[in-house]
Design a protein around this ligand. Structure first.
Ligand code: SF4
Ligand code: SF4
Length: 178
């Protein structure tokens, strides 16, 4: 079979793109322009660039993925039915679930639901895999601990009332509508 050779026409090279110093000066010009603009706003008291954490906190957008948490229903129970989908989907194997049986119509619940936060990379795969909207990415990012053991979050630590997760749940439903 004959091989067709296609010659791609390249745009003529500009003088500026062949001069590395020109690009550096252009970049410096942009930085200086932004610096002077922000300095002027700051001098006029129109902009404060520092968030004085922890007294001040940024309001995180609903799309942000903080640590995964378990949805706690109004009756105090977890929404999770211990199907194991999130455990299976997790690329870092940081979720451990031990299911148990109940006498009600749900029939299953997680007797143990642990997440090793030192291995979690906030990818959100567990949230995507869950068929029950039972595990969602919260906006909680302050999860530092002094030991590896402290990074192991158990079911009781992970439960968050459904009302507090409304923003994220609404965001997820909007995503799946499209
Ligand atoms: S966010 Fe990703 S890494 Fe963390 S528990 Fe969920 S699936 Fe695993
Ligand atoms: S995928 Fe959802 S329902 Fe299934 S075990 Fe994980 S959190 Fe529970």
């Amino acid at each position: 079979m004959a091989i067709g050779v296609v010659t791609v026409k390249r745009p003529p090279e500009r003088w500026s793109s062949s001069q590395p110093y020109f690009a550096i000066l252009k970049g410096l010009g942009v930085s200086i322009r932004h610096f002077l603009h922000n300095l002027l706003l700051f001098a006029r008291g129109q902009q404060d660039f520092t968030v004085h954490f922890p007294e001040q906190r940024l309001v995180q957008p609903p799309a942000m993925r903080g640590m995964p948490v378990l949805v706690q229903m109004d009756n105090g129970k977890e929404r999770c039915v211990a199907c194991g989908m999130c455990e299976w989907a997790c690329p870092t194997n940081c979720i451990s679930i031990f299911p148990a049986e109940t006498n009600d119509e749900v029939e299953r619940y997680p007797e143990v639901f642990d997440i090793d936060m030192s291995r979690c990379m906030f990818c959100g795969f567990c949230e995507e895999a869950c068929p029950e909207e039972a595990i969602v990415m919260s906006r909680q990012i302050e999860i530092a601990s002094y030991s590896r053991r402290g990074s192991l979050w158990h079911k009781q630590d992970l439960l968050v009332p459904v009302a507090e997760l409304k923003t994220r749940l609404d965001h997820l439903r909007r995503q799946y509508e499209h």
